[in-house]
Design a protein around this ligand. Structure first.
Ligand SMILES: Nc1ncnc2c1ncn2[C@@H]1O[C@H](COP(=O)(O)OP(=O)(O)OP(=O)(O)O)[C@@H](O)[C@H]1O
Ligand SMILES: [Mg+2]
Length: 262
């Protein structure tokens, strides 16, 4: 048996915002992420997908259960677990190359080596000509590539991405998916990616974890047994799409019913 890179055991999370009722975001959630595996999280809005990423990243504590990386409890953020948010979180006042180099300073890479590593990473994501640009001079797709470069420069063992391509147009999104598969293969890292797009889940995942409506639990896990690249004209692709559409419809209905009851 391969030891999991990330082991999530019976995890629950209850948010207790001041002066407002508690929110049970996740309950009794168990999931293993294997080394080098590409896992996609799919589920209705509010089922706790982002919450789970924050906890794996070590930015938030669990209310019950345990999360371990390589057998060691996650208690704080680590350079070994990178997180990319939906909107690329680059510093607007720094150039792209300084954005990537800044991450390396946090990791303790000597100042003389930072720029060279940053340049190499940016070249590998096709931004070698953009080094001295500021984030607002780049397109949305380029900003997300820069955010990927910054995360990958840290050589994380686990890279988490929260709806990274949601704001992009369809063509750019599809290019970014190809690009992501390529850097995933080269890096050997595990990837945990959240999306609302069934097509994106089928295009990318080794396994798709479908969540129930809040409080989120694993409803089912579907391995995608198709060689990559996965053209959408393939008949089996459509079978997966029908399956996920059906699995999600029930949960989205439940999530809406709960919203209306509030
Ligand atoms: N910091 C917080 N304080 C209080 N409640 C929170 C906080 N963050 C999230 N929640 C609540 O926890 C629940 C799960 O939120 P979360 O953002 O994890 O869902 P999600 O699955 O990522 O949804 P979406 O698909 O819309 O991004 C929601 O009801 C949300 O309102
Ligand atoms: Mg979210």
């Amino acid at each position: 048996m391969t030891e999991p890179a990330i082991a999530i055991r019976n995890v629950a999370k209850t948010w207790t915002p001041e002066g407002r009722p508690a929110v049970h975001a996740l309950r009794n959630l168990s999931l293993d992420i294997l080394p080098g595996e590409f896992v996609v999280l799919l589920g209705p809005s509010g089922c706790g997908k982002s919450t789970l990423l924050y906890m794996i990243a070590g930015l938030e504590g669990v209310s019950a259960g345990t999360i371990e990386q390589d057998g060691i409890a996650v208690t704080q953020p680590s350079a070994e677990r990178g997180l990319i948010f939906q909107e690329a979180s680059l510093f607007p006042w720094l150039t792209i190359v300084d954005n990537v180099a800044f991450g390396l300073s946090v990791r303790g890479v000597p100042v003389t080596e930072r720029r060279a590593i940053a340049v190499e990473m940016l070249r590998s994501v096709g931004l070698g000509d953009m080094l001295e640009k500021k984030p607002d001079e780049l397109s949305g797709g380029m900003r997300q590539r820069a955010a990927c470069a910054r995360a990958l420069a840290m050589r994380p063992k686990v890279l988490m991405m929260d709806e990274p391509f949601a704001a992009l147009d369809v063509q750019t999104r599809s290019k970014m998916q190809d690009f992501l598969l390529q850097i995933w293969r080269d890096s050997g890292a595990s990837i945990i990616l959240v999306t609302h797009s069934i097509d994106e889940a089928i295009a990318l995942a080794d396994r798709v974890v479908v969540f129930t409506a809040r409080p989120g639990q694993v409803k089912t896990i579907v391995p995608i047994d198709l060689p990559r690249p996965r053209p959408s004209r393939d008949a089996r692709y459509h079978q997966y799409r029908d399956l996920f559409t059906e699995l999600l419809a029930d949960e989205v209905d439940r999530a809406f019913a709960e919203q209306e009851a509030l």
